[in-house]
Ligand binder design. Structure first.
Ligand code: HEM
Ligand code: HEM
Length: 220
């Protein structure tokens, strides 16, 4: 092995590892661009649109209908005689509840990706109350569907007498009772908050006569 004129060592082989290394660009590569901030996934606020996009409107009203249906439906479960009919009534409640859970996930995903964003409807303290109500409703709905799933799991159930969901702890009746209490209480809070929320939308429409309710209507 001898030293060549270019300063590299020649060991007799055609391609020397040392020569290859000297060809490699060792300069520090330019910093890769940072990942977009979460809000960059969202649509920019539209300054001209008068209403939300069709999917947002569909998600809003489908959620509202399902919440009311779920609450009313739950009150009727015990009207059915014990046995297959009551199991069916409860199964409808559980199935619609799971549908609502899927809808909620789709709605929130749509909201943070492709959903149309509009300028704030209110200003100052009213804006804080309005945003608090909206996020409160989202949080309560998530808590409600999770409590419902937990309730089904703790009490054990049968879906339409076709599939059985084994109870987590069959001898423990206190736990499902407590979870049902929590589930029912959250239901009342959702109804109350949604009532305040709907009233605010009607105040916008009939007292202040602005276009806020129209933003959530199919042809606002
Ligand atoms: C926003 C959606 C929902 C609303 C408004 C709602 C409402 C209610 C209400 C008011 C009750 C009666 C509570 C009581 O008697 O104290 C109830 C019971 C129940 N809920 Fe829900 N629920 C919802 C979602 C779900 C979900 C997602 C599940 C399960 C996947 C579920 C499973 C149940 C079960 C198993 C019961 C007990 C039924 C019985 O008395 O036999 N719920 N629900
Ligand atoms: C259970 C029933 C309801 C629930 C859970 C609910 C939930 C929500 C939520 C979470 C938002 C915020 C949307 C977002 O920014 O992502 C919203 C917006 C809205 N809701 Fe409801 N809602 C219900 C019923 C109603 C009713 C009955 C009305 C009308 C009378 C209504 C009118 C509106 C309007 C106009 C907006 C848009 C407000 C704005 O552009 O700032 N909602 N709703």
């Amino acid at each position: 092995m001898s030293k060549r004129d270019d300063g590299n060592w020649d060991c007799g082989h055609k391609s020397s590892v040392i020569t290859e290394v000297s060809d490699v660009d060792l300069s520090i590569p330019a910093k890769s661009p940072p990942l977009p901030h979460r809000s960059e996934f969202m649509q920019p606020v539209s300054p001209t649109a008068r209403s939300y996009d069709a999917a947002t409107i569909f998600f809003h009203w489908a959620t509202a209908v399902l919440v009311v249906t779920q609450w009313l439906g739950a009150q009727t479960i015990d009207w059915f005689p014990r046995g297959p009919l009551r199991v069916d009534a409860r199964s409808v409640h559980i199935t619609f509840g799971l549908l609502l859970a899927a809808l909620l996930v789709a709605r929130l995903t749509w909201r943070v990706t492709a959903g149309r964003r509009l300028p704030l409807a209110d200003a100052g303290a009213l804006n804080v109350v309005s945003k608090g109500t909206h996020w409160g409703l989202y949080a309560l709905l998530l808590a409600m569907v999770l409590a419902g799933m937990f309730l089904t799991w703790t009490r054990g159930d049968s879906l339409f007498n076709l599939f059985s969901i084994p109870a987590y702890d069959p001898g423990n009746h206190a736990l499902p009772d407590q979870v049902q209490e929590v589930h029912g209480t959250i239901g009342w809070i959702i109804l109350a908050l949604a009532g305040v929320h709907a009233s605010a939308a009607l105040v916008h429409r009939y007292l202040w006569r602005d276009g806020v309710l129209g933003r959530m209507l199919p042809r606002g």
